[in-house]
Each structure stands twice: as structure tokens, then as C-alpha cells.
Ligand binder design. Structure first.
Ligand SMILES: NC(=O)c1ccc[n+]([C@@H]2O[C@H](COP(=O)([O-])OP(=O)(O)OC[C@H]3O[C@@H](n4cnc5c(N)ncnc54)[C@H](O)[C@@H]3O)[C@@H](O)[C@H]2O)c1
Length: 442
């Protein structure tokens, strides 16, 4: 807030005729214009943020693995170091938090950061249960006039996202009826890894477990390469949600960006037999999404691990697309992956006369660098493309789908209360228990 007020004052006095000196005191790189950031998770996905963060003041680093913490400190030697993110978030000069820890801590870190009035960039997914993402979204909405948030679905910056949105909004496939997204990553696991040896001295394993129920240490949870270690733990329910929080968070974004959806009113899901320890590989979910001011009610679906929507015509093979989206309209369909799209007009009426391509001037403007957009938002207008409201609604839908999968029946959902209305027992699947000392709203 102080920085925003300062920038506004500068703009005002500038307009009044004051000539500002061209020194680094006032430029984009001026010390006063840098953000004080805490980076949580200083290896793996955290590394992807190093270059962008190096332009700001990284004042705090946190990692449960002291070797990883030392790695981050070698890049940001001036930062305070922590193993416990709860202590890190109490550092007074931290204005903004970039979080790259394991999924089962995301909603906690988001809530604790918002409660301390810090801007947040949260790696996807925003949370692991419906209750978590709903609480985080609600808190963000209370503070959106002073805090900037972004969920780390950086593919959103691909201009293809804008082109897909334009084609749907401009009626290239007629009236939108259905949308489906899918992903084919398969990580089969039998169950939690059995205890094996003691955690190494450099790893604070109990802090890694954090809010989740305790599971004995096994080096297998930590054996992945940098940036892909999440695949070692994200299939286990107490740590992740399998593909829902993994590629699902990226791929549904391709669809969600084009449909201006609120929250679903129903959810139905099926797939591999339920395993209380491990998320399913193969699964599909179906939702009803209410009408909005430019379209009718639509069906939305997510497919994973071999489940796929039907091919819209014999000469398409959607299996050739690892992660994609299919939009079905009254006059054809649109198929997209993260970088390209194809329109398939269908039927005698599909002559495209009703569709006017945009001029270059009226195309949606590229959002630019995804992480950079959030940093600029923290310093100024607070506007980001994937804030906790936009992404929170999308994840609320996906996590309602997880509850429907666990319940094994079609759920009716009340978006106003966040409760299942036709099966009170299913509401148990909307939240999860936490260990003592790890409240969600801390
Ligand atoms: N946006 C993307 O494209 C993308 C890509 C990969 C991973 N991710 C997300 O980034 C996150 C991290 O994934 P990863 O593969 O780097 O995982 P990881 O297991 O390697 O963890 C990253 C770092 O965080 C540390 N860490 C874990 N839990 C912590 C905690 N509670 N407190 C402090 N430090 C903690 C780890 O020690 C490690 O150094 C995941 O949520 C994942 O979904 C996003």
C-alpha cells in the first residue's frame, strides 16, 4: 500500500510539473521500487523463479531441506533463512511470498500469508480440498483491493489461450454447449511407501509432513530430479491429488479461461476403484456450469490417465494430444493444446458467415511474463490473470469432482454455502484433518 501511495504521489506531482531527476532513485530498478520477497521452497520449482526474483529484494528463504536452503542462499546470500514457513511468514519486512513447497502446504501458506497482509504467488494447485480453496478465495476477495495474488499456471501467458478465448467468445463454433479438458500423465502407485531408514540430518521431515497425517519416512518421496520431484509425492492423498493438482490445474485453465464460469451445481466422477491411500490414474469428472451473461448452461468435463472425450469426427484422434481441450458448439468444435488450436465447422449451417475474425487491433493484448505480471501487480494495480478468485473457482470445481469420485455418486452442490445438498455424508470429502499446530487459518 505504501508503495502504491508513493507511486500515485509521484504521478500526481509529475503531472503538476515537477521534473523528477533521472537517477536510479526513481527508476524501475530503484531500491524504493523493489519488492521484499520471501521464497518458500528454494530448489525444484523454486529455481524457476530465481531469475525473476533476482530483480527484487529476496529478504527471506525457507526450505525444510538444509541443502536446498543453502542452494537458495548461494543465489540470495542476503536473505534470512528458515526451515519452518510459519516463522518465515512472521518476518516483518516480507511484503510478498512466492511459494513452491509441496501441495499439502499450499492453502495453509496462502491463508497465513493473506492473514499477514502479504501478496502471494502460489505454485499450483491452490489447495488440496474444496474447503481449502474456498477459504483462501474468500479471504482473498476480502483483501483484493490491497493484495495481489497469482496461481502458478504460467502456460496461461501463451497467446494461444487468448486466441482460444476469442474464437469461443466471438462465436466461431456457434453457441457453446460443452467443454472438456484432458491429460494423459500416468503415475500408478500401490500405496504409501513403507518406512525405510531415518530422514537424513539435513531434512526436517516432520516439517515437510506439516499439516498432514504422519507417514513414516521413505527416501522415495524425495528421489526426483529438480522441478519434477512433485511426481514422487503428488499421488498420495495426504500430500496431493494426483493429476487434479498436477497437469489438471494447467490444462483445465485452457478451458476455464474461455468460459467465464462461476461454480458448478453438480459433479459426477468415475474411474479406477477407490484406493484410500492413492489418487486414481484413470478418472473422468462431469459438471454442470450455470449460464452467464453471454452463454447458456454448459457441461464441463475433465478426463485423465486414459479416459478421453469422444473424438468429434473419425479423422481426429484426440489421443495424439497429451494435454488438451475440446469445445463443442452448435456449429462445430474447437480443439486446442497449450500452443495451437483447430476449428472444425460441422453441419449444413456451419458456413462461418456468422463469425468475423478480429482485427489485429482488437485482439486480446498479450499478458507478457506471467511471474512478472504478479510482481508488477504487487507494486501497482493489483491485477493479475490467475488470481485466487479465478483459479480458486476452477479448483473448487475440480475438487468437488474429487469428492464426487470418493462418494461414488452424482452430487448436487450449492455454490452459495459450499455444501453438497443431496448426500450429507459426501461433505466429509470436502475437507481433511490437520495435525495439531497446523491450523489452516493461522
Ligand atoms: N507451474 C509449474 O509448471 C510447476 C512445475 C513443477 C512443480 N510445480 C509445483 O511446484 C511445487 C513444488 O514442486 P517440486 O517438484 O519443486 O517439489 P519438491 O518436492 O522438489 O519441493 C520443492 C522444494 O520445496 C521444499 N519444500 C517442500 N515442502 C516444504 C515446506 N513445507 N516448507 C519449506 N520447504 C518445503 C523442498 O525441500 C524442495 O526444496 C508443487 O506444488 C508443484 O505442483 C509447478
Amino acid at each position: 500500500m505504501k508503495r502504491r501511495r508513493f507511486l500515485k504521489t509521484v504521478a500526481f506531482t509529475g503531472a503538476a510539473g515537477l521534473i523528477l531527476p533521472r537517477t536510479s532513485l526513481f527508476g524501475a530498478d530503484a531500491p524504493s521500487n523493489k519488492l521484499n520477497i520471501a521464497l518458500l521452497g528454494t530448489w525444484g520449482r523454486g529455481e524457476a523463479h530465481f531469475a525473476g526474483l533476482a530483480k527484487e529484494n529476496v529478504v527471506a528463504l525457507c526450505d525444510v531441506d538444509e541443502k536446498h536452503l543453502a542452494y537458495g542462499a548461494s543465489r540470495f546470500p542476503g536473505a534470512q533463512q528458515y526451515a519452518d514457513w510459519r516463522k518465515c511468514l512472521d518476518q516483518k519486512d516480507v511484503e510478498a511470498v512466492v511459494c513452491c513447497t509441496a501441495d499439502h502446504t499450499h492453502a495453509h501458506i496462502a491463508m497465513w500469508s493473506l492473514n499477514r497482509n502479504k501478496h502471494v504467488y502460489m505454485e499450483k494447485p491452490l489447495g488440496n480440498t474444496l474447503e481449502e480453496v474456498r477459504l483462501v478465495r474468500t479471504e482473498y476477495l476480502k483483501k483484493k483491493n490491497k493484495l495481489a495474488t497469482q496461481v502458478g499456471t504460467q502456460r496461461h501467458a501463451n497467446e494461444n489461450f487468448d486466441r482460444v478465448r476469442e474464437l469461443i467468445r466471438d462465436g466461431a463454433i456457434g453457441e457453446l454447449q460443452e467443454v472438456a479438458a484432458w491429460g494423459n500423465r500416468k503415475l500408478p502407485r500401490p500405496g504409501y511407501l513403507p518406512g525405510e531408514g531415518e530422514p537424513p540430518a539435513h531434512l526436517h521431515y516432520d516439517l515437510w509432513i506439516g499439516p498432514s497425517p504422519y507417514h513414516p519416512y521413505n527416501p522415495g518421496y524425495f528421489s526426483g530430479r529438480s522441478g519434477a520431484n512433485c511426481l514422487q509425492w503428488n499421488m498420495y492423498w495426504d500430500f496431493g491429488n494426483g493429476q487434479i493438482g498436477d497437469m489438471g490445474a494447467h490444462t483445465m485453465d485452457l478451458a476455464w479461461n474461455a468460459i467465464d464460469a462461476t461454480l458448478p451445481t453438480t459433479a459426477q466422477a468415475s474411474g479406477d476403484p477407490f484406493n484410500p491411500e492413492v489418487a486414481p490414474v484413470k478418472m473422468e469428472m462431469h459438471f454442470d456450469l450455470p449460464a452467464n451473461d453471454w452463454r447458456q448452461e454448459i457441461q464441463c468435463a475433465w478426463y485423465q490417465g486414459g479416459a478421453m472425450p469422444d473424438n468429434p469426427a473419425k479423422f481426429f484422434d484426440l489421443n495424439q494430444i497429451d494435454h488438451g481441450a475440446l469445445f463443442e458448439g452448435s456449429k462445430g468444435c474447437l480443439i486446442a493444446d497449450f500452443n495451437s488450436r483447430v476449428i472444425y465447422p460441422r453441419g449444413n449451417q456451419a458456413n462461418l458467415s456468422y463469425y468475423r475474425p478480429r482485427t489485429v487491433e482488437t485482439l486480446i493484448k498479450p499478458m507478457g511474463n506471467f511471474q512478472g505480471q504478479w510482481i508488477e501487480a504487487c507494486k501497482g494495480n493489483l491485477k493479475t490473470s490467475c488470481d485466487f478468485d479465478y483459479n480458486g473457482r476452477m479448483m473448487e470445481m475440480m475438487l468437488l469432482g474429487v469428492a464426487a469420485y470418493k462418494a461414488g455418486k452424482k452430487l448436487q452442490y450449492d455454490p452459495a454455502t459450499g455444501l453438497v445438498t443431496n448426500d450429507p455424508k459426501a461433505n466429509e470429502f470436502l475437507s481433511r484433518p490437520y495435525r495439531e499446530g497446523w491450523p489452516l487459518n493461522g
